[in-house]
Write a protein of this length. Structure first.
Length: 748
């Protein structure tokens, strides 16, 4: 089933006034169930115990405990739907508690596109196990075989005598006291009543009215405010601290120092800001940074820790030697940062040897390990509870703020609120490492691809999958705990191209250390790799004098891949042509459209995109007018939620594609605000049209990350269609466009 939807910012703004009314019916399921200072009593969090996953109140309301969190992506709603489905209760009966290490099971971090597929499946198994034991207990209570019972909104009834009934809450006794059955039968698609419905997100009403409690709103009795003072120069150490001027600031409480960790504490947020400005810290010399103008050449020359062949088939060298035409190209992708619109914040309290931290971290359970290393406390003495923040796609400054607050709270023995500045968030949060990639392919006389060779320079990953995170937090380095330089995820993913080509070799070179502290940023590695692969595939189509869509379909045998490509081509009204747009225009403004396709990780969600652009040849500016995108993530738990994620992925990535790049000099980051790290604004946003392909009964894959990977190449290919020149470096800035135009038409 294919669903079509169109997103237009003007229509959204017109309709947004009705949101509060339209969603008000959902207010019973509060979005901030675990928010604020009022903590729930600790409970079992053993992942194998069903009681760790849910509890039932006497009035038959169900609280579901999830180790996954909602980063503004709607997963609170989707996971509640999955639980309600398996428990045979209405959606409104579910309350979600997310990411509290004292009350929720550890489901690993929220990321890697796994919240629904991994986290949701685990939750469904637990709920299905609970329903089975509850129905078995009802069978004994009612004196009727299980086969003769039905469940209606948490009430078990005898089919032939519905008056004979018992509520779930009456069947609890001393709890469910059973293990999650990994083979518990979960419902099939024809049985669904809740999964597959576009239930409005439960967090939206309070966000529209301004009543929603973010982590920035958490308040504790006697809470103080703090700011950490850090050097502008990367790697500089503290030589001396003079707080004489800071002491004169109204509200000043104390200066805190532990090694190179320096902070001021005040009775107010404004006092903390002023005291931080007044504090005089003498910093040593930093470690320095490479010249930004030659960063990609420098990246290639850095020590290589290892090499991996991530895809191989046939004999590439022999096939290239016999090719009728050979095509070469290199691509670059800039260092980028999250630039989260709301700066990171956390609240921490240290009392009686126990540390509690309120944080918007996407990895609360793993942060227990990190904070244990930093504070010296056992993990059992550390509790993190999730409260939603400004949203993130990867690890931004949120975990850093949590660690900062934890260190200060432990040192002063009082509750403290720690908020980063805009400069902190933009300049100091982790960056995506640079990426540069080389390609060569051979075509035969008929324009068929006979060989494909590519090489990717990626950052070495310092993590081991599904182990406690070893993230390079600033506070850890400041207090003297050496941390690895990168926490970057699996950056080799999607380096392998998705097409069936006889002779292929893909090599990844793992650069030992990045210039900046690195971590994953939305679709880590996959977005850069897909940009290069799909840009190069487009260049091969041009060299073969073939239509870009038809050319790709030649090398795809997967019917689902063909489906998403055909769906987006139909949605976009794709017209076949083998070269740049003959009707692009003769003036300064020229128009074109570009195509891209991928399968995320070459294993899960399918995406195809068409971008329509206008290029001003005089200024080099690119306007993305329209994005059409088809998306197959298998079974959709909440179709509206999927559309929300896909639309958001498009809009964010248009910004990354056109303008986002971290700027620095030889000692420090220069991107410290919205002027020095601009992001796209409402007038820059394109019209977005979607074809969502729902496949009930198939695995539900993620929708948060794959879309982003399709956008850069689609836009870059559209620029070629409009102008006849290739721009092979992200972001596609006006200067790069003008340089490409001056160099003349691209030649295969």
């Amino acid at each position: 089933m294919t669903m079509h939807t169109t997103f237009d910012r003007r229509d959204f703004l017109k309709a947004s006034g009705a949101l509060a009314v339209g969603f008000s019916m959902m207010s019973a399921m509060t979005a901030g169930a675990s928010a604020g200072p009022n903590l729930r009593a600790p409970k079992s969090v053993a992942k194998e115990a069903v009681d760790s996953w849910l509890s039932i109140t006497p009035d038959n309301r169900i609280t579901v405990y999830s180790g996954k969190v909602d980063l503004g992506t709607g997963t609170r709603t989707a996971l509640a739907q999955m639980a309600a489905e398996e428990l045979d209760v209405t959606f409104e009966r579910i309350e979600m508690v997310m990411g509290d290490t004292a009350t929720t099971p550890d489901q690993w971090m929220t990321g890697a596109n796994l919240t629904i597929s991994q986290g949701g499946t685990e939750l469904r198994r637990a709920a299905a196990s609970a329903r089975r034991i509850l129905v078995e207990r009802a069978s004994q209570r009612l004196g009727a075989p299980v086969a003769d019972l039905i469940v209606e909104d948490g009430v078990v009834r005898v089919k032939t005598d519905p008056a004979r009934a018992v509520r779930y809450s009456e069947l609890l006794g001393n709890g469910l006291q059973l293990q999650v059955d990994p083979k518990a039968e979960i419902k099939k698609a024809p049985q669904y009543k809740v999964i597959g419905r576009s239930i409005p997100r439960v967090d939206i009403p309070a966000k529209v009215t301004g009543e929603f409690e973010y982590v920035h709103d958490v308040k504790l009795p006697g809470m103080l405010h703090a700011r950490v003072v850090r050097p502008d120069d990367i790697g500089a150490k503290v030589l001396s601290v003079d707080d004489s001027a800071a002491r004169k600031v109204n509200g000043f409480v104390q200066t805190v120092r532990k090694g190179n960790f320096v902070a001021v504490v005040s009775r107010s947020e404004w006092g903390a800001i002023k005291a931080a400005r007044a504090l005089k810290v003498n910093w040593g010399t930093g470690t320095g940074l490479p010249d930004q103008a030659t960063v990609f050449d420098t990246w290639r020359k850095r020590p290589i820790a290892k090499e991996d062949v991530t895809q191989t088939a046939g004999n590439v060298a022999e096939a290239l030697g016999g090719a009728a035409k050979r095509v070469k190209a290199s691509y670059d992708f800039a260092v980028q940062t999250h630039a989260t619109i709301g700066p990171s914040c956390a609240v921490a309290d240290f009392k009686d040897g126990k540390l509690t931290v309120w944080t918007s971290s996407q990895a609360t359970h793993s942060m227990q390990h990190e904070l244990s290393l930093i504070t010296g406390l056992p993990q059992s003495a550390i509790r993190l509870t999730f409260v939603e923040g400004a949203g993130c796609y990867g690890r931004n400054g949120t975990e850093d703020a949590a660690a900062d607050a934890a260190v200060i709270a432990q040192l002063i023995g009082k509750p403290v609120r720690l908020q980063w500045t805009r400069a902190d968030e933009t300049a100091r949060s982790p960056k995506s490492p640079p990426r540069t990639m080389d390609f060569e392919a051979g075509l035969d006389a008929q324009g068929n691809v006979v060989a494909w060779s590519s090489e990717f320079y990626i950052a070495l990953n310092h993590i081991v999958a599904f182990k406690p995170l070893d993230f390079p937090l600033l506070a850890a380095t400041d207090v003297g705990i050496p941390r690895p330089g990168n926490w970057t995820g699996f950056l080799f993913q999607n380096s392998g191209q998705p097409y069936q080509i006889a002779n292929v070799k893909v090599n990844t070179k793992h650069v030992a250390e990045a210039f900046f502290r690195s971590s994953h940023l939305r679709s880590p590695g996959r977005i850069e790799n897909s940009f290069a692969n799909e840009s190069f595939m487009d260049e091969l189509a041009s060299a073969a004098d073939a239509d870009p869509v038809e050319f790709r379909l030649r090398y795809l045998k997967d019917s689902r891949a063909s489906d998403v490509i055909q769906a987006v081509a139909k949605l976009a009204g794709w017209q076949k042509r083998s070269g740049p747009n003959p009707d692009a225009g003769s003036g300064n403004i020229v128009k074109g459209r570009g195509f891209s396709y991928l399968r995320y990780n070459n294993a899960i969600t399918y995406v195809a995109a068409v971008a329509e652009v206008e290029v001003n040849k005089s200024t080099g500016e690119i306007k993305v007018a329209r994005i059409c995108l088809s998306h197959d993530c298998g079974e959709m738990v909440n179709p509206d939620g999927v559309a929300n994620q896909v639309e958001g992925g498009v809009q964010q990535t248009v910004s990354r594609t056109l303008m986002e790049t971290v700027r620095w000099d030889r000692s420090k980051v220069l991107s410290v605000d919205w002027a020095t790290y601009p992001i796209a604004r409402f007038p820059d946003m394109p019209k977005v049209e979607l074809a969502l392909i729902d496949r009930p009964g198939t695995p539900a894959w993620g929708a948060g990350e794959p879309t982003a990977c399709a956008i850069p190449a689609a836009i870059a290919n559209a620029v070629f269609d409009a102008t006849g020149v290739r721009v092979r470096s992200i972001p596609l800035t006006p200067d790069k466009v003008k340089t490409a135009l001056a160099a003349g038409p691209a030649r295969a």
